[in-house]
Ligand binder design. Structure first.
Ligand code: HPA
Length: 254
């Protein structure tokens, strides 16, 4: 079974035949919302809405540890993390779908580790390549099979939010090498690595980041929502292609 962390729009998608819901409690507290078990292309998937039902948890209050713990307990062996992002780099304009390769963490004050001085022995996990290479490749191949153009690579800047950035902050992120900016990629990716769960981002660029492109003066929320609505079906078709590829692999690649 694989996991999808994402926005609530995906739950209702016709591609997912919902079969069961489960409220997840973990040693780290309650997950953002129920786990939704479903099937895509005959493959089992567990879905969780990162911000909870009705988008109630802001990025800095999401219980990332509980969400990941719940997905692991449920038996997920890979996590596709959907995320809306602002575009900074070339080719990362609104509507682009990006599978980034690197992360820079600018967040603070979040519960960002499972190795927090409890009864788990501390491990300093390797995070040189923050995303799982095999899962990234599988997502890129799935996008190709689905006929969807995606950007392969780039660097995700994780920012604290919930406010959007200043133009100067985006300039700084760009100088640091970031091509995307979002508010939820960390600590999510690092916690997945701590649990040794393969994790990759499928980012949807909802807007040019502050000071860039048509966001030179202001970022329009109406435009963000329109872009997300217009892109959802493409994201779902990539996830469906990924599910098909898992089915093929399980049947010996035939
Ligand atoms: N900045 C940070 N997070 C975001 C943005 C942005 O411009 N767009 C969507 N998520």
């Amino acid at each position: 079974m694989f996991a999808v962390i994402g926005g609530s729009g995906v739950v209702g998608s016709s591609l997912m035949k919902m079969s069961r819901r489960m409220v997840a409690r973990t040693p780290y507290g309650a997950a953002s919302g129920p786990l939704n078990f479903a099937e895509i292309e005959g493959q089992s998937v567990v879905f969780i809405a990162r911000h909870g039902p009705g988008h109630i948890h802001p990025p800095h209050k999401v219980n990332y540890r509980a969400n990941l713990c719940a997905l692991q307990e449920a038996g997920a062996d890979a996590i596709i993390a959907l995320a809306a992002v602002g575009g900074i780099g070339e080719g990362c304009g609104p509507g682009a779908i990006v599978v980034p390769e690197q992360i820079i963490d600018y967040t603070y004050g979040r519960e960002h580790t499972f190795f927090d001085g409890g009864d788990r022995q501390v491990r300093h996990i390797d995070f040189t390549r923050p995303y799982d290479d095999r899962l990234r490749s599988a997502l890129l191949a799935s996008a190709k099979n689905a006929g969807e153009a995606v950007v392969d690579g780039g660097t995700y800047a994780a920012t604290q939010g919930p406010r959007l950035e200043t133009a100067a902050e985006i300039e700084r992120f760009a100088r640091d090498g970031a091509t995307l900016v979002g508010m939820t990629g960390m600590p999510e990716a690092a916690l997945a690595r701590e649990l040794e769960m393969p994790y990759a981002h499928l980012c949807v660029v909802s807007n040019w980041a502050a000071g860039r492109g048509d966001s030179s003066v202001k970022i329009s929320h109406d435009d963000i929502e329109a872009t997300m609505r217009a892109t959802l079906a493409r994201v779902v078709s990539i996830v469906a292609a990924y599910a098909r590829s898992r089915g093929k692999a399980a049947n010996g690649g035939s």
